[in-house]
Design a protein around this ligand. Structure first.
Ligand code: BES
Ligand code: MN
Ligand code: ZN
Length: 496
């Protein structure tokens, strides 16, 4: 998709569809919407008067002018002006874009939503408008399946000269963050027989070449040399060789390192503690955290913030076989700590134990891990909020602040030493689970046991990685959730 910013009036813009907006409760549209209304002989005002269009959030209506340089005009509701946020802008942009795309428009011209009467920052609004459109327009291109035709051009039209530079900057950023999210979605949507650890590593290598990143892939022998017994333990039941991907972006030579660590479990059958058959096909999404990290690293390489960022993605399958890990086995992590296996289905914390230890070994002073870690977080928060578990208030705050900007919701759960009782073992330093209560918290805390000094925050995205809903800018399938928040965290922690 080609995205362009044009410094002109929407009325002068040749396109297949124009997108304008309306706040709820407005009877006389102003700005670009007002100008279009005038050119249409007051048709928009008439619709409002008749109560056929109210400006309710995500409401859309289409008009067909006969003598304007567009085939159709799409008006999208922004809801109440006082409730406008960047997330509203994203959602509205997505809803309008979908209507345009469904109507086979090749060239779509839109104004920036929210920066006029809404009073939000034009740069942030331009970013959110483009994000909403490009995220809503995503389609997974499955092999051999014919997709519907896609729009070719998105024109962001800004008539105000003062806003132009801000709009250009926001549009460029929005394109980078949305394309990164869409990449993460594709990695998640790709079937697990194709999206193997080896394939994940190839994606990372290609990305490194395109985005100013250094890429290093640790092979099984490297893991053996480093003593990564937990990652190797999970991988031993599969014929697919495990890979530990590291990507490095150096934006502040000599400065501190932020690590983003993502669970890259390309298929989770549960292993010997095998999952029940219903819905097991969904477990191809168990690498969604890793996908978010790879995609975020690519975007960070393009955005070039003044910070050093290390991406670490441990990749393996979790399968039952004659060589598989068994309940009761004891594994030794890279740190020398031992862990008794209660359930081979609690494998995410095992591979992340070695991955976070490796990140710290590489010099990270802040570690944010992201994983489809527990069913318990699904029970606790549903698919409305993702879980945030952290022992560091500053880092937790940085995630929450970033999530305000991106519209991806996180809810912080408590961390307390008393939870450690729940994963005590008689035969090892700890066990990998077992207690029923507080499963999302203990799952996260077990990962943190393998970090010595670095600040730590854990994002449990088990409920968010895929969706059934096609609404606003979300599309059924992989969501790319956390990609944009990880990018924003890196940017917010960067030196200005
Ligand atoms: N990948 C799953 C968690 C998951 C559940 C992701 C639902 C997406 C949707 C994880 O590896 C897992 O199996 N966790 C177990 C842990 C338990 C055995 C301690 C769980 O949550 O049941
Ligand atoms: Mn599992
Ligand atoms: Zn898993």
């Amino acid at each position: 998709m080609e995205v362009q910013v044009l410094h002109q009036d929407l009325l002068q813009t040749k396109a297949d569809a124009w997108i304008v907006n309306l706040f709820a409760g407005i009877t006389q549209p102003g700005g670009a919407t007002g100008a279009v209304d005038k050119a249409l002989g007051g048709q928009i005002s008439r619709l409002i008067e008749l109560g056929e269009f109210t400006g309710k959030l995500l409401e859309t209506v289409v008009l067909y002018p006969s003598d304007l340089p567009t085939t159709k005009v799409i008006i999208v509701g922004l809801g109440e002006a006082e409730k406008l946020t960047l997330e509203t802008v994203r959602q509205a942009a997505g809803a309008a874009y979908k209507v345009a795309a469904k109507g086979k428009a090749k060239t779509i011209a839109t104004i920036v939503h929210g920066a006029g009467v809404g009073g939000l920052c034009p740069k942030a609004c331009a970013q959110a408008t483009v994000e909403g459109a490009l995220l809503a327009g995503y389609q997974y291109e499955a092999k051999g399946v014919k997709n519907s035709e896609k729009p070719e051009q998105l024109l962001v039209v800004e008539h105000c000269a003062e806003k132009l530079e801000l709009v250009k900057c926001g549009v460029g950023r929005g394109q980078i963050t949305a394309e990164a999210t869409n990449l993460a979605r594709t990695l998640v949507n790709t079937p697990a027989n194709h999206m193997t650890p080896t394939h994940m590593a190839q994606v990372a290598e290609k990305m490194a070449a395109e985005s100013n990143l250094k890429c290093e892939i640790l092979e099984r022998e490297d893991m053996e040399r480093l003593g990564m017994g937990c990652l190797l333990g999970v991988a031993q039941g599969s014929v697919q060789p495990p890979k530990l991907i590291t990507l490095y972006y150096e934006g502040n030579p000599g400065g501190e390192i932020l690590a983003l660590v993502g669970k890259g479990l390309t298929f989770d059958s549960g292993g010997i503690s095998i999952k029940s058959r219903d819905g097991m096909e969904r477990m191809k999404n168990d690498m969604a955290g890793g996908a978010a990290v790879l995609a975020a690293m690519g975007a960070i390489g393009k955005l070039q913030p003044k910070i050093n960022v290390l991406g670490v993605v441990p990749c393996t399958e979790n399968l039952p076989s004659g060589s598989a890990l068994k309940p009761g086995d004891v594994l030794e992590a890279m740190t020398g700590q031992t862990i008794e296996i209660i359930s081979t289905d609690a494998e995410g914390r095992l591979i992340l134990a070695d991955a976070v230890a490796y990140a710290e070994h590489k010099g990270a002073t802040r570690i944010v891990d992201v994983a489809t870690l527990t069913g318990a977080i699904v029970v606790a928060l549903g698919d409305v909020f993702a879980g945030l578990i952290s022992s560091d208030d500053a880092l937790a705050e940085a995630v929450l602040q970033a999530s305000q900007q991106t519209g991806e919701r996180f809810w912080r759960m408590p961390v307390h030493d008393d939870y450690r009782e729940l994963y005590k073992s008689d035969v090892a330093d700890m066990r990998n689970g077992g207690a029923r209560g507080g499963g999302a918290i203990t799952g996260g805390m077990i990962i943190s046991e393998f970090i010595k000094k670095a600040a730590w925050a854990h994002l449990d995205i088990a409920a968010m990685a895929s969706t059934e809903k096609t609404k606003g800018y979300s599309v059924k399938g992989g969501t790319g959730f956390a990609t944009r928040t990880l990018i924003q965290v890196a940017e917010n922690l960067a030196e200005k």
